[in-house]
Design a protein around this ligand. Structure first.
Ligand code: FES
Ligand SMILES: [Fe+2]
Length: 384
């Protein structure tokens, strides 16, 4: 039997020490229409969602050459495929003949992809390789024809993509930055496996979903956590990086051990917000990815991906299952509050969100979005 050994900070960055302040932020207000305006959603698609790295699937879903995932969200449909050389590639799932979706479902061991409508075929990179009655088409238009590329890369057992294509975002490691690569990397998610994926379709803007996992303030009222955890939770440490952020939350009697060892990964709950749509909730023994997949300005597919370590340590398996069963109920409570947010989304009297200084990760996240929209519009105006 392999005994489970939790992740550890090792030589990684120090995140919990008396000299590190609880929060870098301050109380702030942002306007309600940042969540509710349909036009703003179109700006976000163009300047934020398509242009940045996002998680598309697990590497373990693409084991063999030809294994592929059809990913759909934010109005886009893409195909991600494991190639014969072991690398991963992706293209927009839009037939270059008359725009039909080429691949309907994820699958295994494909050799090529064929559009069902008129039978055009595509290789794994999206290049058009077969056109029935080719002689009836203008050969110039067919030359080197391909579905637009998605930039893809693998890190930590996840397949990441930039839908706008190669060269739009910085390389993935640079995009994630040293802090995230070191801190989140310590969990070795490439050695974990997907235990379960739970999906909810919710009637709120995608940023409501991201916000929900970016503060601890709601845990007392909504999740009814014990008073000692509320008190210990106030000892949390919040960090804002260039794009992303994290927090370290000592719960369930772990505060004194955390103070003593300063090993946040092996002791505390660590949250990592990866701009723009992912939040990792890392317990030392298992973790969740909370992934908001934007659908429209007021519809989101909310996915919870539960990862476990590979071990036959029965104690680990039993206690992790118990904890995960409990967490599914807790996450359900978060989802339940979104009905109340959906109910006010057209209210004439919902005008703003007002955050305290321990909710600072949320306004920082919204300001980052606003910056990208402003810069994108300015770039377009300069180029036009
Ligand atoms: S639309 Fe795909 S082959 Fe015609
Ligand atoms: Fe919650």
């Amino acid at each position: 039997m392999t005994i489970f050994i939790p992740p550890t900070r090792g030589d990684g960055p120090l995140r919990f020490a008396p000299e590190i302040p609880n929060t870098p932020g301050k109380s702030e207000v942002i306007p309600a229409d940042w969540y509710t305006d349909p036009y703003r959603f179109e700006l976000e698609r163009k300047y934020v969602l398509n242009n940045n790295w996002q998680i598309l699937c697990r590497s373990e879903e693409l084991v063999n050459a030809g294994d592929h995932v059809v990913w759909e969200g934010q109005g886009e449909t893409v195909v991600i495929t494991r190639k014969n050389d072991g690398s991963v590639t992706g293209f927009h799932n839009v037939c270059q003949h008359r725009g039909a979706r080429i691949v309907r479902e994820s699958g295994e061991c494909a050799r090529r992809f064929k559009c069902a409508w008129h039978g055009w075929t595509y290789d794994f990179d999206g290049k058009v390789i077969g056109v029935p009655d080719r002689e009836d088409f203008d050969p110039e238009e067919l030359r080197d024809l391909a579905a637009p590329k998605v930039e893809v890369a693998e890190w930590a057992g996840w397949v990441w993509g930039v839908l706008a294509g190669p060269g739009v975002a910085p390389p993935l490691m640079e995009y994630l930055g040293e802090d995230i690569v070191a801190d989140l990397g310590a969990y070795k998610m490439e050695e974990m496996y997907l235990r379960e994926k739970v999906v909810w379709d919710v009637d709120v803007n995608w940023k409501v979903v991201v916000d929900a996992f970016n503060e601890f303030y709601h845990a007392q009222a909504l999740h009814h956590i014990p008073p000692q955890d509320v008190k210990d939770g106030r000892e949390m440490r919040i960090f804002e990086f260039e794009r992303h952020s994290m927090m370290v939350v000592p719960l369930k009697g772990t505060l004194s051990r955390l103070q003593e060892t300063q090993d946040h990964q092996s002791v505390a709950i660590c949250h990592y917000t990866i701009f723009p749509t992912s939040v990792f909730n890392n317990n030392p023994e298992h973790l969740q990815l909370f992934r908001a997949v934007p659908i429209t300005h007021n519809k989101t597919r909310f996915e919870t991906w539960e990862l476990w370590y590979k071990t036959d340590d029965q104690d680990y398996l039993d206690r992790t299952q118990r904890h995960w069963d409990h967490l599914k109920i807790v996450v359900g409570e978060d989802v339940w509050t979104w009905e109340d947010i959906a109910a006010t989304s057209r209210s004439s009297f919902y005008e703003r969100n007002f955050f305290n200084d321990r909710e600072c990760k949320i306004p920082a996240f919204h300001h980052q979005i606003q910056r990208l929209i402003d810069e994108g519009i300015a770039r377009d105006l300069a180029g036009s």
